[in-house]
Write a new protein. Structure first.
Length: 118
């Protein structure tokens, strides 16, 4: 599903929504104009895979949102480094239902995670 964003009465590019209902590992199509939503009543994970598995270009942005009651932990695949200001810097979690996070790839296997995280 694509949602158009209206800014100053002008339509900007759309964003695709990739709705998930369980733990999920990012794929190449999740970068650039995609929001991954996870609607699960139980705790779940969003995994960022290593560059050897999914070759995201440096600068890729992954957006995620916890739409269910279950808290989403952003986890690092083998060889991936996550940095954030979450209470567990290498495994930040969305704070509450409807929280979101943005993951930015700053080098081949390093991702900065920021947003409404715990």
């Amino acid at each position: 599903m694509a949602v158009s964003l209206l800014t100053n009465n002008a339509v900007s590019p759309t964003i695709n929504v990739n709705a998930q209902s369980a733990s999920y590992t990012a794929v190449l199509g999740d970068g650039s104009n995609t929001l991954v939503t996870i609607n699960n009543a139980s705790a779940n994970t969003f995994t960022i895979p290593p560059n050897s598995s999914v070759a995201f270009p440096v600068g890729t942005i992954l957006n995620i949102a916890q739409t269910g009651a279950g808290q989403t932990t952003i986890t690092q695949g083998s060889g991936v480094t996550i940095v954030s200001n979450g209470s567990t810097a290498s495994a930040p979690k969305t704070r509450v239902q409807y929280s979101g996070a943005t993951c930015v790839q700053t080098s081949a296997n390093t991702w900065l995670v920021m947003g409404d995280i715990a």
